[in-house]
Design a protein around this ligand. Structure first.
Ligand code: CO8
Length: 256
């Protein structure tokens, strides 16, 4: 299988085609989509960590060999499939953390962008090199990159096709932290454990409100925020969180 899933409250999903630097072919995209949908429906999964198999790569993009002879209509379908993978991750109720352990190029950078948080190994490289292949990004990169790093850096990455290093990715806000390669997994799991201890219900609502902020005007966004805020007060998690604070103990959230 090109996608491995280590299931738990913190679930680790590994794109595992190291012989092709984890490039996304149709089978891998299909497996990723099925995984994202299955995990989204799993109440016991609180956080997902996404990483790449092998030593050098997160995901080196869509599979160029598999893509090179596509007709325009087939290319549209490939793009649609890839975009639905990214949208399924983005819409998941749980947070997804990209642990970028090497090349995150093209579809790989887009995959990281669909996640809620991104951490990188010092050896990671990011880029949208599609322009050099005579194509545009096709898995949401032209849309999500500017939302994450702003138009200036999105233009730079998409129009030049250049790779940037992990420290530059940190500087432009593409990742929140950079770690020595050997520490990345531990640090990603640590962050995941922190998130897993929070209220799954509030986590889901926070994700929904944060995503809405990119799509709607401030007034509509604030309405969505206050509706979700109000809904929290109909939950056991809100009662538990506030009681635990006042009783000076660690809360135990159930997601109810
Ligand atoms: N697709 C297929 N195979 C790949 C890919 C890829 N994206 N990347 C690497 N490989 C393969 C290589 O062909 C090579 O295979 P083999 O050993 O059989 O020759 C193996 O992985 C190892 O790669 P390299 O020998 O090239 O390793 P290097 O360490 O020399 O270089 C790089 C590593 C810099 C990552 C280099 O492999 C590279 O530039 N890869 C391509 C990166 C790229 O251009 N990615 C963007 C692809 S396009 C894309 O993602 C568009 C997304 C939207 C698609 C919409 C669908 C229509």
């Amino acid at each position: 299988m090109s996608v491995n899933v280590e299931r738990g409250a913190v679930t680790v999903v590994t794109v595992d085609r190291p012989e092709a630097l984890n490039a996304l072919d149709a089978e891998t995209n299909g497996a990723l989509l099925a995984t994202a949908r299955e995990l989204s429906a799993a109440e016991d999964v609180r956080v997902v960590v996404l990483t790449g198999g092998g030593d050098t790569s997160f995901v080196a993009g869509a599979d160029i060999a598999a893509m090179k002879d596509l007709t325009a209509e087939e290319a549209r379908r490939w793009s649609e499939l890839g975009q639905s993978v990214m949208s399924a991750i983005e819409a998941a109720p749980q947070p997804w953390i990209a642990a970028v352990n090497g090349y995150a190029l093209g579809g790989g950078c887009e995959l990281a962008l669909a996640c809620d948080l991104r951490l990188a190994a010092e050896t990671a490289k990011f880029g949208q090199p599609e322009i050099g292949l005579g194509i545009t990004p096709g898995y949401g990169g032209t849309q999500r990159l500017a939302r994450v790093v702003g138009q200036t850096w999105a233009n730079y990455l998409v129009l030049t096709g250049r790779h940037i290093r992990a420290d530059e990715a940190f500087r432009i806000g593409l990742v929140t932290a950079v770690y020595p390669k050997g520490e990345l997994r531990t640090q990603a799991l640590k962050l995941a454990a922190d998130l897993a201890a929070k209220s799954p219900l509030a986590m889901r609502y926070c994700k929904r409100a944060l995503h809405a902020s990119l799509d709607v005007d401030v007034e509509t966004g604030q309405r969505i925020e206050r509706d979700l805020f109000a809904l929290c007060f109909a939950s056991a998690d809100q009662k538990e969180g506030m009681a635990a604070f006042l009783e000076k103990r660690t809360p135990e959230f159930t997601g109810r």
